[in-house]
Design a protein around this ligand. Structure first.
Ligand SMILES: [Zn+2]
Ligand SMILES: [Zn+2]
Length: 447
């Protein structure tokens, strides 16, 4: 057994939700989920296969270890890793799957408990207000204080069976903590300060043996070589103006929103972050809307959507919001564009998460003694190849984002300011990086 510990302090609230939708304690599963996600992303970026454990539709695409087959392989003289490679992907070998347990434990100790306030943000031109946290309709003051996510201080202790996996886990934790852990990272949550100085270090990634079990991807899955990363510094002279803006557009409840009684700027003056993610997301959405006229499917694929009575599921053939229940067979679907019936669930998209992640603005020196505040935000994400029928190329989207993130007008319009609050010349930008370089360079590009 090997172990290592890290101490984290949220710079923006961490969200690790429970079954009731609240986030009252930091949950191991939330952290482990983030680490696994990054491992999958790395494995795929290196050209290997990692299954998608969240795939509810085709559970046969998830790995499963059959013990008879495993034991037989061992008896025939295969090594442990050869026997595992025959049946389960590298991610499952470390994080576990049906028939195989996770190869490390994580223990969390709460050193300081505190919460971020829940807020509803109303943004001009946005169709709906944004809910940052869990909305308790009982509107009890205590609940209100507790439901915006976790702040405070936590100790994470990793206990690892195989000494060879320590460096790998440290790297995964470094990646996850550098870009966001827990849920809701796409809308601002999960940026943390790590007390210990962990660095990415060289590690060899397990090579997946080619074997028959590898299923072809039915939907593209995130892979690091298609990612982009931005660190965007904010001019400190604009922090007060942003604080005022947030204070005048944030509400404690729907009732306050209707009564036009915003929280005021005091609420966030004592936190290390300003909940700006919805503003930036809203602007990125409008960017897609303006540039790729009426291409709602594209926008939804990139920014995420959940189908409802106004938004039909997407047919993964014509790439339109065109799916209805097949009247002849309640288990199947009908497409009103191509007029096909008998469509199965794996041929439609009912919902998808955002592929673009936008942090709130945070003071990265918030927990460093005697250091001037340094405010910044992160925008990063995964830009997959776009299906041909959508008629927009990945390259076009990439160019659009590259130009706009360095465009003064983009940032003025985001916050409706007369002057640009972003230090454009100091923006750090990476596109389509080679994952092997990332690991071998000890992650230097991050700072
Ligand atoms: Zn797997
Ligand atoms: Zn169709």
């Amino acid at each position: 057994m090997e172990e290592f510990s890290v101490t984290i302090k949220p710079l923006t609230p961490i969200w690790t939700g429970d079954a009731s939708g609240k986030s009252s304690t930091l949950r191991e599963t939330g952290i482990i989920g983030s680490l696994r996600w990054w491992y999958e992303v790395l494995i795929r970026g290196l050209g290997d296969y990692a299954c998608d454990p969240t795939n509810e539709i085709s559970s046969n695409k998830r790995c499963k270890l059959e013990h008879d087959k495993f034991n037989k392989a061992l008896k025939s003289g295969k090594t442990m890793s050869e026997a595992l490679n025959e049946q389960i992907c590298s991610a499952c070998q470390l994080f576990g799957c049906t028939g195989w347990s996770r190869k490390f434990k994580l223990e969390i100790e709460t050193l300081e408990k505190s919460y971020a306030p829940f807020v509803i943000e109303e943004i001009p031109n946005a169709r709906f207000p944004y809910f940052l946290g869990y909305y308790d309709t009982s509107e009890k003051a205590k609940e209100y204080v507790n439901n915006g996510g976790l702040m405070g201080k936590y100790k994470l202790r990793f206990i690892i069976e195989d000494a060879n996996k320590v460096v790998l886990l440290k790297n995964l934790f470094t990646l996850a903590s550098s870009w966001g852990i827990g849920a809701g990272v796409q809308k601002g949550f999960g940026v943390v300060d790590v007390e210990e100085k962990l660095e990415l270090s060289n590690t060899t990634f397990p090579q997946q043996a080619e074997s028959e079990y590898i299923a072809p991807y039915t939907v593209p899955l995130p892979r690091l070589d298609q990612f982009f990363f931005y660190k965007i510094p904010i001019n400190p002279n604009f922090i007060n103006q942003i604080l005022k803006l947030i204070g005048s557009s944030s509400y404690k409840s729907i009732k306050d929103l209707k009564d036009n009684e915003p929280l005021g700027e005091e609420v966030f003056s004592s936190y290390p972050y300003l909940p700006t993610s919805p503003w930036v997301r809203n602007k990125i959405r409008s960017l897609f809307r303006d540039k790729f006229k009426n291409n709602q499917v594209l926008r939804h694929l990139l920014m995420g959507f959940i189908s409802n009575k106004n938004i039909k599921p997407i047919h993964k053939d014509c790439w339109e919001h065109s799916i209805e229940k097949d009247k002849k067979d309640g288990e199947k679907y009908y497409c009103e564009v191509c007029k096909k019936g008998n469509i199965t669930k794996d041929q439609i998209i009912e919902k998808t998460g955002s592929k673009i992640f936008v942090s709130h603005i945070y003071n990265k020196n918030a927990y460093k003694n005697n250091q001037e505040p340094k405010w910044e935000m992160r925008i990063w994400g995964w830009l997959p190849e776009i299906p041909k029928k959508i008629n927009v190329s990945r390259k076009e989207i990439k160019q659009l984002l590259q130009v706009k993130f360095k465009d003064e007008d983009f940032w003025k319009q985001t916050f409706d300011f007369i002057e640009n609050p972003v230090l454009i010349e100091s923006i750090q930008e990476k596109w389509d990086l080679d994952p092997t370089l990332l690991i071998n360079n000890r992650g230097v590009f991050y700072e």
